[in-house]
Write a protein that binds this ligand. Structure first.
Ligand SMILES: Cc1ncc(COP(=O)(O)O)c(C=O)c1O
Length: 409
């Protein structure tokens, strides 16, 4: 017994070298800088313009009980059973109709359900990216996409953007000189800039993809969150053979349910199914059944206007506050939808220097440089979220930021 104890103590004193066990790809998984920022900003009293999540009061809590009862009545234990990797049949049916309203033509059998659109992005990385493969991304781009792709070791090619999103000539130039595995793009109310591609550019991009036989991942989580202006058709509708359309119910239902989906050319779809079989067999059946009921009962159509009514004045409050408080030399996007504004300061200014003094005054934002794949880019920018805080809190937070900008630390 004594010997055994000694052995145990010796074992404890020299912990296993976990680092030596890590796979090569694991070292590509950097911690998500924004997650680190969000840990700080969750403290009480903080007005966070840093997050990228829907407001809890946007969730249709009043009808969740009824939806749950309807799911149990309709599907019984089937809603709690293992199910098809491709997705719960009634949800794929419902999504087919929902997607038609978004100009995405897809039969139920062409739709794959995933655990959030994040689940689609990871699966695409697994299926398409080998170490060193070229992937073209906007500068700046969605950080979560980089987190999904990084483990597979891509080389990122940065595409230029301006106030109207991706510059098509930049894409054309890249495709002319590189063999790109895929292009990743958020066309509507982009995360982080809030920018939207105009129709003319969508058509140009579709043509460029077709001419170069290139594949686009069109990630479109914010499309339905339009507060003003005219809806625009997805690039998928212009070049369906060249586009994987990725969507989610996270912004129009509830992100915790983890319901995302994609429509992909069939050879890719088959590989995505094999990947998902290995990852999680399928997305939670109950969540999927709830989502199917939310769509088919008409609840989505009735609830969406309420979400828009909640966010519209918040966006307006932020634009007004920026106008009222920010000093000359600053510019910002004026998105017609989505969740974010993008602010640029005078050239040479480092937005990160504002971060600590703002947090000390209970106001948080995300420095824009984190959304770039190349170091040194975007230091004078920041992302502001306008969906989490109410109008008064937004006004106060922007006034505080303006004060920090004027007076410094
Ligand atoms: C551009 C973009 N894509 C994908 C996602 C992931 O969303 P989900 O996995 O909840 O569908 C987000 C979340 O904020 C996003 O902004």
């Amino acid at each position: 017994v004594k010997n055994h104890k000694t052995h145990c103590y010796a074992y404890k004193e020299k912990p296993m070298n976990i680092d030596a066990l890590l796979a090569k790809r694991t070292r590509n998984m950097e911690t998500n800088a924004i997650r680190e920022i969000l840990k700080v900003v969750s403290r009480p009293g903080m007005v966070s313009l840093a997050g990228g999540i829907p407001a809890p009061d946007s969730f249709p809590m009043a009808i969740i009980g009824d939806l749950t009862a309807a799911v149990i009545a309709r599907y019984g234990s089937g809603a709690f059973q293992y199910d098809a990797t491709e997705g719960f049949g009634p949800l794929r049916e419902a999504l087919s109709g929902y997607l038609a309203s978004l100009d995405v033509t897809a039969a139920p059998g062409e739709i794959l359900v995933a655990s959030g659109s994040q689940g689609v992005l990871d699966a695409l990385g697994k299926v398409l990216i080998s170490r060193g493969d070229d992937v073209a991304v906007e500068a700046p781009t969605y950080l979560g996409a980089l987190s999904a792709f990084n483990p597979y070791g891509p080389t990122y090619l940065r595409m230029d953007t301006d106030e109207n999103g991706l510059v098509p000539e930049s894409l054309e130039e890249i495709l002319r000189h590189h063999s790109v595995k895929f292009v990743y793009l958020v066309p509507n109310f982009q995360n982080p800039t809030g920018r939207t591609l105009p129709l003319k550019r969508r058509r140009q991009i579709a043509r460029i993809l077709q001419e170069n036989d290139a594949l686009l991942v069109e990630d479109d989580p914010y499309r339905a969150l339009r507060y003003q202006g005219k809806d625009l058709p997805p690039i998928h509708s212009m070049a369906p053979d060249n586009v994987i359309y990725v969507g989610t119910l996270s912004k129009v239902f509830a992100p915790g349910l983890r319901i995302g989906f994609c429509v992909a050319p069939s050879p890719i779809r088959r590989w995505l199914v094999r990947v998902k079989q290995g990852v999680d067999l399928h997305t939670g059946t109950f969540s999927q059944a709830l989502a199917a009921e939310y769509i088919t009962s008409g609840s989505l159509g009735r609830h969406l206007p309420r979400i828009l009514d909640l966010y519209r004045p918040r966006r307006q409050a932020m634009l007004r506050a920026l106008q009222d408080h920010f000093p000359p030399g600053f510019a910002w996007s004026r998105p017609e939808g989505g969740m974010f504004l993008w602010v640029s300061g005078p050239a040479g200014m480092d937005m990160e220097t504002l971060y600590e003094p703002c947090v000390r005054r209970n106001t948080a934002f995300v420095p824009g440089k984190y959304f770039y794949t190349e170091r040194g880019e975007g230091v004078e920018t920041m992302r502001l979220n306008f969906t989490m805080a109410n109008g008064n809190a937004i006004e106060r937070a922007i006034a505080t930021m303006a004060e920090v900008i004027r007076k410094g630390v």
